[in-house]
Design a protein around this ligand. Structure first.
Ligand SMILES: [Zn+2]
Length: 219
């Protein structure tokens, strides 16, 4: 396989002591499963890890649960840094899909970093990012085709994330919602086949062009 970044779990700043054990555990699991996970992410993104990221490595800061509904956090200008918010009971298997999700963001953002940062007004960018990352994350995790319900989860997650990032108050479904779901279902069913002659950024562009911005959803 091509060069991969080194990935290390670390305890976040000012975090409780019980996290030390978790960090050690996650690092052990990563030694066993990391290459397989990287392989999945790399195959589904279908391009090499950007050299900057290979040089810097990826650090996953493990923090105690902040009562957020989301496990992971990453920002587009720092693709080398992931935050994970966990509870005491969490095992590696519990964080696996969140990690895959953030690694998909990481590989995409590292690739487009230089040309991408155009300000936070790009609703469609955030939206398409989250939708494609959620769909590909599910493809990486589930050994089956996605269902309409899976696609709806991805769509709602995309709406939710974009809303949070851009401080929008409320967005509702607009007419054409079912059509969007049909499009995403078709997209996810063909992803593995299409990605062979494409890459995750090209596929993201397709999503961006084919889904209307929900900013136009009726308020
Ligand atoms: Zn995300």
């Amino acid at each position: 396989m091509n060069n991969l970044p080194m990935l290390t779990f670390r305890k976040g700043k000012k975090q409780p002591d019980w996290l030390d054990k978790k960090v050690a555990l996650f690092n052990r699991y990563w030694k066993l499963q990391g290459e397989k996970i990287f392989k999945k992410v790399t195959n589904l993104a279908n391009f090499e890890w950007p050299s900057k990221l290979v040089e810097s490595g990826i650090t996953v800061y493990v923090k105690s649960d902040r009562k957020s509904e989301y496990l992971g956090l990453i920002f587009e200008d720092h693709p080398e840094k992931i935050d994970l918010f966990i509870k005491k009971s969490y095992k590696f298997s519990r964080i696996r899909s969140a990690l895959i999700h953030e690694l998909l963001h990481s590989i995409m953002w590292a690739r487009i970093k230089d040309g991408r940062i155009k300000g936070p007004s790009l609703f469609e960018d955030f939206f398409a990012d989250e939708i494609i990352v959620s769909i590909v994350e599910k493809l990486a995790n589930l050994n089956r085709s996605l269902t309409k319900k899976d696609c709806e989860d991805a769509l709602l997650f995309g709406i939710d994330q974009a809303k949070e990032r851009l401080n929008l108050r409320s967005l509702k479904r607009r007419r054409g919602y079912q059509g969007l779901l049909d499009y995403l279902l078709d997209f996810s069913n063909n992803y593995r086949k299409n990605i062979k002659n494409s890459d995750i950024l090209k596929e993201r562009k397709k999503v961006n062009q084919n889904i209307p911005s929900p900013i136009m959803f009726e308020m």
